[in-house]
Design a protein around this ligand. Sequence first.
Ligand code: ZN
Length: 316
Amino acid sequence: MTSTLSAPHFHDEEAAYAYIEARLWKDGRDCPHCGTIENSVKLAGKSTRIGVYKCRDCRKPFTVKVNTIFESSHVKLHIWLQAIHLLASSKKGFSANQFARTLGVSLKAAWFMAHRIREAMRSVDLIPFGTAGGAVEADETFWGMDPDSFSASRMGGYGAMKVLTLIDRDSGRAKSVVIDDLNRETIEPILRENIAREARLMTDEAHRYKRIGREFAEHGSVNHSKDEYVSPDDITVHTQCVENYYSVFKRGMKGTYQHCAKRHLHRYCAEFDFRYTNRKALGVDDGERADRILAGVKGKRLTYRATDEGRTRSVA
Ligand SMILES: [Zn+2]
């Protein structure tokens, strides 16, 4: 990691702008005000800020930061690139405290940056899982405590937060969704929306998957309660990929993000989904993974209010 972090764009602000411009404007420099492509000039001169262009059509100035997660941030872009690299390459995640120490920014700024980067990691890929008849694994896991789950009848009063994860074995993609309960009515629409009809669904023996399972080309299940992890009849029937995903997710959540409020859990899910979907085993190295985050920074401005909503009813 130290060798790659020595690259100029991690330390020099002009190099950082050039690095991001080359990636965000690879199909031409478009004016964010009027949409005109390749009709702008770079403003130069001692008093000019770095990376300012002026549109020849609408006469307005702009930089590559407009309409991205970097807009309205006072943190230098080369620091942002370091943060993106760190979150892209750390298998267990990178906490706001670690960011603040490593990057020399305030804890508040670090926390805000990390959430914006997670937003850039959020997939906008709409291709259903299991297209062309591939196997899709579905499973759930529990994490922390769900403040909305109070039940006087339950011992301890509160239940855990719940995450449903789908893994497309062919493409290697992961998608996790925070859910309020494990009822069929909650799980079925998520599977229906994200998995192709021709897919082979793989789950454990849980009853909640039985009815929806009939909607797919095949439904294979393994009986975990009987210590069965791979079907004795068909070795492709298993849920080992999603179990591996959860082992990384839990190690990261436990080791790095211990106190995660429910309203933020979906952001951490997006982070773990992203690293899994763009993992080394699929030929994606740290540098390429960071560049793929950059590909997602556009159109995902996040205001402070949006990341901080509901703070007063927080439990963490
Ligand atoms: Zn313009």
